[in-house]
Write a protein that binds this ligand. Structure first.
Ligand code: AMP
Length: 216
């Protein structure tokens, strides 16, 4: 298991996707998982949508249940967590889970650093494929063919609703800042932290991650 930690639009999803191909691990974005649940329109989905749209976190217990449901019993070689944990409590819950479920071992926690101004710029230029949800950025990560999704060929792109509201973006950044130090020190005690400069080129960061895993 690998964890990718970073503020909104720091490139966690991009790196998670690349790593998933290299390692044949499942890339699991808790944000995507929750957006799928929200789109289902169930009572739970509506509750989740209400929290996401304002940039609030889903309560820890509920988040962990959604995650466990996805992972338990699945035939997975390894797992890349993108967007989890977001609180110290989530990190502790995962830790307890890993102690009693030995099929996964946490290899590294990568922390992608991007400063606040760059985050805001990136969120402003982020787009998603309306069909498959693949994430692009109109300046830093364009589709290979202009206007066409690399993965499903769709030409329909949308913004994420929580990217469109300045308040929601600020809230997400504040929540990240409020929680990140506690999470990092939790994993620092386990010597699992590896810091990355999120402003570097996407492929350079990818190589740094792969090298850190090989040196592990
Ligand atoms: P992301 O796609 O990672 O930016 O996540 C989008 C939104 O989903 C966040 O702003 C939260 O509302 C929610 N979310 C994602 N991951 C978590 C998590 N681990 N705990 C609580 N809420 C989460």
């Amino acid at each position: 298991m690998i964890i990718l930690l970073g503020p909104p639009a720091s490139g966690k999803g991009t790196q998670s996707g690349m790593l998933s191909k290299e390692l044949d691990y499942l890339s699991l974005s808790t944000g995507s998982l929750l957006r799928e649940e929200a789109e289902n329109g169930t009572e739970l989905g509506k509750e989740i949508a209400g929290l996401i749209d304002y940039g609030n976190l889903i309560p820890d217990d509920l988040m962990f249940d959604v995650l466990k449901k996805k992972v338990e019993g699945a035939d997975i070689k390894g797992l890349i967590l993108d967007g989890f944990p977001r609180t110290l409590r989530q990190a502790e819950m995962l830790d307890e889970y890993l102690k009693s479920n030995k099929e996964y071992r946490l290899k590294k926690v990568f922390v992608i650093k991007v400063d606040e101004e760059d985050i805001k710029n990136r969120v402003g230029t982020r787009i998603a494929c309306a069909e498959c949800g693949a994430i692009y950025n109109t300046t830093t990560k364009k589709p290979k063919v202009d206007g066409v999704c690399d993965f499903c060929g769709s030409t329909n792109f949308v913004n994420r609703s929580d990217d469109l509201s300045v308040q929601a973006v600020n809230k997400r950044i504040d929540i990240f800042n409020d929680n990140v130090d506690e999470i990092v020190s939790f994993y620092e005690k386990k010597s699992l932290i590896f810091l990355l400069n999120g402003l570097k080129d996407i492929n350079t960061i990818g190589h740094e991650i792969m090298k850190a895993l090989k040196d592990n």
